[in-house]
Design a protein around this ligand. Structure first.
Ligand SMILES: Nc1ncnc2c1ncn2[C@@H]1O[C@H](COP(=O)(O)OP(=O)(O)OP(=O)(O)O)[C@@H](O)[C@H]1O
Ligand SMILES: [Mg+2]
Length: 500
């Protein structure tokens, strides 16, 4: 289709209606022209043959009737014979010549006694002695018949007839033919338009119904009395729709199951971490009590062990606290709405102002877009990433952090938080997003290893994804995508329960 020259495309157009109408009109025109041309040609041939036969008949009749007058050399008798055909239609002239070519009778009396010396006449007189056509043009035909007595030719009768009246008849036939061509084109085109109209009406009905299916309708209004091809297409659409509905139901069922199991898991994590807090608090309090009362009263090892217990319970308490926050991410989240990412960044930086001031970190940011988010979780996402960028800074240089956003096709933005810190080896790119995974606890940076797991959960909840690129020793960039908040796409935001 793409290779078709533009001219043909222009002639045949783009719609079925136009193509059918133009195609039928052209075919009708071609067939009718061929038909009329053929009829005209045949009619012309028939008329010419009739006219020749008629002229030959007259020439023979004159030849027969002239025998006695030629023998008697009676010019007035011959003139009577010639005059007998004068009234016949379309006669141009008639004559009788003797074997030497002398005109002995003629419809134009003035030609009597003249000799016919032209090429045609000389050929005729030279023989053979039988009736025949001597001149045949589009305008006239001339025939000749020998005047024979006892096997001897004593003269020639010649009759010429005018073809032009037949030409007029032919022109009338052609005019009628053209009128039929025009009628055939008009009727054919109207018929084609009617057929195409019916077909396109059926197709647009089908396409309307398909749009309704796309918009979530579960009913399909069939075309009334469709043609066989449209009926097959319609059936194929219906089969496809039913397959999609079945899959949709299965998917919805799976999502529901997933949501339930996710909720169960969250509830479990919440209950477990919540219920663990009380005994842990007791362990911590009693360990601190031990430390206060018995420090220096048992021995140095005992003091150290008690310190381990106190430190361990503090760390475990922090982990349980973080786990609780992580479990609440979905259930406590608010619905997604357009949020200016710049405002979320300002809040995150305000929360981190102490750390930033203390480390002399420089945070630069370009104008950030409006995105679909839950504002407090977006703050938490940015805060975790900037905090990491500062925490995992290089010991030899001041931390420099850049926050940027780049528009992607399909209504998305790709954010990047880039730092010049210690970097991450590629083999840990996946591990850092897992819960409680820390790469270098020995660096002394505080934390439980849940920050990036939280970031990943938030990004997924917002309908985006998160990933890392890094050059160890040079710096790290954390990327995440978010949906544009100014033109939310038609698809619904992911379910808060599943984070999918
Ligand atoms: N910008 C970064 N540069 C270098 N390493 C990083 C960076 N961000 C994260 N990491 C590594 O990934 C690990 C996981 O990060 P994550 O934020 O999940 O935990 P954390 O910072 O250790 O603790 P938390 O965030 O819970 O306080 C970190 O321990 C650190 O080793
Ligand atoms: Mg962190």
């Amino acid at each position: 289709m793409t290779g078709r020259p533009p001219l043909l495309r222009r002639i045949f157009g783009h719609s079925v209606r136009q193509r059918l109408a133009v195609g039928v009109a052209l075919v009708h025109a071609l067939l009718m022209v061929l038909f009329v041309a053929d009829i005209t040609y045949r009619q012309r041939a028939v008329l010419a043959a009739q006219s020749t036969d008629h002229a030959l008949g007259l020439a023979r009749m004159i030849a027969v009737n002239s025998v006695s007058w030629v023998l008697a050399d009676d010019v007035s008798g011959l003139a009577e014979v010639i005059d007998s055909i004068r009234g016949a239609p379309d006669i141009l002239y008639a004559m009788v010549v003797d074997p030497r070519g002398r005109v002995i009778a003629h419809t134009e009396h003035a030609r009597l006694g003249l000799f016919v010396v032209d090429e045609v006449s000389r050929t005729l007189l030279a023989g053979p002695d039988r009736a025949r056509t001597v001149i045949a043009t589009a305008q006239m035909v001339e025939t000749a018949a020998p005047v024979v007595v006892a096997g001897r030719t004593i003269g020639w009768a010649r009759v010429a007839m005018d073809h032009r009246p037949q030409g007029a008849a032919m022109r009338a036939t052609i005019a009628e033919g053209l009128a039929y061509i025009a009628l055939a084109i008009v009727l054919g085109t109207l018929f084609a338009l009617w057929i195409a109209g019916r077909l396109t009406a059926e197709l647009s009905h089908l396409s309307d119904e398909t749009n309704r299916l796309r918009d979530g309708e579960r009913s399909f209004d069939r075309v009334a009395e469709p043609c066989r091809e449209v009926a097959r297409l319609e059936q194929a659409f219906l089969d496809m729709a039913e397959t999609i509905w079945t899959r949709e139901d299965q998917l919805r069922h799976t999502i529901d199951q997933l949501a339930t199991s996710n909720e169960d898991l969250e509830r479990f994590a919440y209950v477990a971490s919540h219920d663990l807090q009380t005994p842990l608090r007791n362990v911590g309090s009693y360990a601190q009590l031990l430390a206060r009362r018995y420090r220096g009263r048992i021995d140095a090892d005992a003091d150290e062990f008690i310190d381990f217990i106190v430190g361990g319970t503090k760390h475990m308490s922090a982990m349980i606290h973080d786990l609780l926050d992580y479990a609440r991410l979905s259930s406590r989240g608010t619905p997604l709405e357009p949020v200016p990412a710049g405002r979320a960044l300002e809040t995150a930086l305000a929360n981190l102002s102490g750390l930033v001031a203390e480390t002399g970190a420089v945070v630069s940011a370009q104008d950030l877009p409006v995105v679909m988010a839950d504002e407090s979780q977006l703050v938490s996402l940015l805060q975790n990433l900037i905090e990491n960028a500062v925490k995992y800074r290089h010991p030899d240089r001041r931390p420099e952090i850049a926050v940027t956003a780049e528009a992607l096709p399909s209504h998305q933005w790709r954010f990047a938080v880039a730092d010049n810190g210690i970097g991450i080896e590629p083999e840990y790119f996946d591990r850092i997003f897992a819960i409680f995974q820390r790469l270098r606890p020995e660096t002394g940076a505080e934390g439980t290893g849940i920050g990036l797991a939280v970031c990943q959960r938030i990004a997924h909840r917002f309908g985006g994804r998160i990933w890392v690129e890094s050059v160890p020793g040079r710096g790290t960039t954390l990327f995440f995508t978010l949906i544009d908040g100014r033109a939310p796409p038609a698809i619904s935001a992911p379910s808060p329960a599943t984070g999918l």
